[in-house]
Design a protein around this ligand. Structure first.
Ligand SMILES: Nc1ncnc2c1ncn2[C@@H]1O[C@H](COP(=O)(O)OP(=O)(O)OP(=O)(O)O)[C@@H](O)[C@H]1O
Length: 759
């Protein structure tokens, strides 16, 4: 406890720093402040592509150094640290778009005053009026932009707020935590050399806390020797707790790319869904929490075995119960939100590989504009068969608009736009005006075009926001928050829709916002936490617990970086030359066992993607060039990514007993089925933009990522680079630029900044 003293910063910021053991974080803080001071005096950079200034200073693993009392029995040390993760600095774009706060939800019969504040009643449900959602017509789907400008980064401030932060130190555990045993890569998993368990943090996928069926499927998917990664350990430790007094969980799971965040959030969600099958938890109360006192922090840190959650004082005066789910076709109990259809489909397939034993029903809502294949006249057994087909296949999708009756479904995965459409009716966003404008002949026609809502939200107990920094950025936030508000309203606890990006440098610690207490478990995940997200969470979710891996905001250790200088001639020819070199190295090294590695090339612009694709095709290199407009993306499946995405693990024959000690037979490796081919026979190159840089789990034979345009910022860079070197597999990120002579300053700057991402 004595290690948690605060001392004034000796440098420039005048702030305070929490001291951990040996005052190392104090040192880091001071040096960070000095660096910021130096940056502030530097001539401001005008480049649009200037990279983040001080990303690393906030996130060094040393900041999570543990006090002596938290050492585990083995070499691992797990700790909760008082230094909060403050996030990456915010972009200008975000700061310039300060918008208004809409509140509160209205009573069912609306007064004129409430109406004028933008509320309406729709089919008995309270929703923001279409007028209030006028700006929703700008909703853009599938645009995973990651922030555009870094000019405000040096303004970023660290806020030593007292929200709970839980981290896991990787000292002495670095290799085991990511010594990935993955049978998909044909790497024989090393015998697990686990540090001694300290009874606190699970270091194997064991039962309990996992139910045997889930544990068995994890072994199938990951291989028998797999051990939890840092973020999964944290999840096992914290997300399976069952507090005596029910309260809705609020957690952020943050860890580097390819570190297994999907499993970290799927494990607790799937298990909870199974356990509460047929026994839904009502939205019993809106929890109001007392202000945190300094003693809260001390006690939560000193007692690692206790929950990091500060017990809220339940406001029993506002007790409400979940209204009965109306007769919608689908009434899911969990929703997973993802920024793209591709990611939704992959997550669905992956989640299905984990439920072969526990038998839940998971649906992908990614298909946007297709007619239902179900006929209303189907008998119930036919319907059940269709349902089985739709929920058992890889990334299977179902559109039930024309089907009758309700269909049991436990979890739906989709983009916020699609999910909102399912909840409000197809075409709802076209109805953004309450009254027709003079001469608006289409008005009635438009209103009639709105489809019937097919998804009820009253049963939703879990919401996961994957790639939270994208889904809560200016492009997506309105849709995401509207959906969250709709769920809350459907569960009987209306909350305001907040569309209020935090300005750069805004001191959120002094903000007096009303916390958002959603009546469901709320999980957010991301590999990058920009300032805007961090500040938003601090302001509106002060009780949210952050589970942070020590390598957050760093490149995976298995990923090498290499710089290639443009020759000064044709850039496409330079890229072609480098590709051929990769394949010739593959053939001589023998590391690829006769196969040739695949390469993902990231460009900044669609035109460049198309141009490069055509050039390589001309040169006899088969490739897949994908932009946001590509027609291949509109087919409602991930077939356009075939050969590049990691395929889901198929179900293996039933075990005699899932809880028996014998390990499951390894499933056939996807590689085994693939005949070796050359880049002239089958695409070995995918060219795309940042569109596909988020969340997708690419196959391990993608050994190279080429970044041929300067990334817009370090967030963008981390996600692009992170498509390779996943789950401990070897990978290389090749960065092209002008490295020598006049005009090389920018490339050198990139190099310097990228170097800060490797420890
Ligand atoms: N404990 C583990 N051992 C071995 N492999 C694992 C483990 N956990 C996850 N994996 C594998 O690692 C890969 C990456 O996982 P996942 O896609 O969840 O990463 P992520 O952290 O969500 O990455 P991103 O930030 O890019 O979305 C998957 O193929 C998954 O099967």
């Amino acid at each position: 406890m004595s290690s948690l003293l605060s001392s004034p910063c000796s440098s420039v910021c005048g702030g305070y720093v929490h001291r951990s053991r040996a005052s190392f974080s104090a040192l880091m803080h001071t040096s960070s402040c000095l660096r910021k001071q130096a940056v502030a005096h530097r001539k401001p950079k005008t480049s649009r592509t200037k990279l983040a200034q001080d990303l690393k200073s906030n996130t060094k693993p040393e900041l999570y150094d543990s006090g002596p009392s938290f050492k585990t029995a083995g070499s691992s040390s797990f700790t909760r640290d008082p230094v909060p993760h403050t996030g990456l600095p915010q972009t200008d774009n975000q700061s310039s778009q300060k918008r208004q706060l809409r509140q509160p939800r209205p009573p069912r019969r609306l007064s004129e005053e409430m109406r004028s504040r933008g509320w309406d009643v729709d089919g008995g449900r309270q929703v923001p009026s279409y007028k209030a959602l006028r700006s929703a017509s700008r909703f853009k789907e599938d645009r995973s932009r990651n922030g555009r400008d870094d000019a405000s980064r040096s303004d970023a401030r660290r806020h030593d707020a007292d929200r709970p932060v839980v981290s896991i130190s990787d000292r002495g555990r670095r290799s085991p935590s990511l010594r990935i045993a993955n049978h998909l890569t044909k790497i024989q998993p090393p015998a697990p050399s686990l540090p001694a368990l300290d009874g606190d943090f699970p270091q194997t996928f064991i039962s309990p806390p996992l139910m045997p069926g889930l544990q068995w499927c994890l072994k199938q998917v990951l291989g028998t020797g797999a051990v939890p990664t840092a973020i999964q350990s944290l999840s096992l430790k914290h997300l399976f707790k069952k507090p005596k007094v029910h309260r809705w969980k609020q957690y952020l799971l943050a860890s580097e790319t390819g570190s297994g965040k999907s499993i970290a959030y799927l494990m607790p969600v799937l298990q909870a869904l199974k356990e509460s099958e047929g026994n839904p938890t009502p939205a019993t109360s809106v929890e109001t929490t007392r202000p945190r006192s300094p003693t809260d922090e001390t006690s939560s840190v000193s007692d690692t075995s206790s929950t990091p959650e500060i017990a809220p004082v339940a406001d029993t005066s506002s007790v409400a119960t979940t209204p009965a789910a109306p007769q919608y076709s689908l009434n899911p109990r969990a929703l997973i939100l993802a920024p793209t259809h591709e990611l939704s489909r992959q997550l669905t397939g992956f989640a299905k590989s984990l439920i072969h034993e526990i038998k839940l029903r998971i649906l992908c809502a990614s298909r946007a504009n297709t007619r239902s294949t179900l006929k209303p006249s189907l008998s119930s057994s036919q319907m059940a068969q269709e349902m089985h087909k739709a929920t058992d296949g890889e990334g299977a999708e179902l559109h039930l608009a024309a089907a009758q009756g309700t269909h049991p479904v436990d979890m739906i995965v989709g983009t916020p736009t699609k999910l909102l459409e399912m909840a409000r009716g197809r075409g709802w966003s076209r109805q953004i005006d309450d009254a027709p404008l003079p001469g608006d002949k289409d008005y009635n026609h438009r209103r009639q075009q709105v489809g019937t809502p097919e998804m009820g939200l009253a049963n939703v107990e879990w919401v996961v926001v994957d790639e939270a920094d994208v889904l809560l950025d200016p492009d997506f936030q309105e849709t995401t928050r509207t959906l969250l508000a709709d769920i809350s309203a459907a569960r009987g606890h209306p909350v305001p829709v907040i569309v209020e990006p935090i300005a750069a440098g805004e001191d959120v610690s002094k903000a007096t916002a009303t916390p958002l207490n959603y009546p469901f478990n709320f999980l957010l995940t991301s590999a990058t936490i920009p300032f805007a997200l961090s500040a938003y969470l601090e302001k509106f979710h002060p009780e949210l617990t952050r589970l942070v891996s020590p390598n957050l905001h760093q490149l995976p250790k298995s990923l090498q970086t290499e710089y290639v200088s443009w020759s000064g001639g044709n850039k496409s020819a330079d890229i072609e030359r480098r590709l051929r070199r990769v394949w010739s190295e593959d053939s001589t090294s023998g590391k690829m066992q006769g196969k040739l590695s695949k390469v993902i090339i990231f460009c900044n612009k669609n035109t460049k993607v198309v141009e490069l694709g055509e050039y390589l095709t001309e040169k006899g290199i088969q490739n897949v060039a994908l932009t946001s407009e590509s027609s291949a993306r509109k087919h409602g499946s991930n077939h356009h990514l075939d050969g590049f995405l990691r395929p889901p693990v198929k179900k293996v024959p039933e075990p005699t007993s899932p809880s028996s000690s014998s390990d499951p037979a390894p499933s056939p490796t996807p590689e085994a089925a693939v005949t070796p081919m050359t880049p002239a026979d089958a695409p070995h190159v995918m060219i795309t933009t940042s569109l596909l840089s988020r969340g997708l789990d690419f196959a391990p034979d993608i050994r190279h990522v080429f970044i041929v345009d300067e990334p817009r910022n370090l967030i963008d860079f981390l996600h692009r680079a992170g498509r390779s070197g996943r789950a401990g597999a070897h990978g290389k990120v090749v960065i092209f630029g002008k490295m020598k002579g006049r005009g090389s300053a920018q490339a050198k700057d990139v190099r310097k900044r990228v170097a800060t991402l490797s420890s």
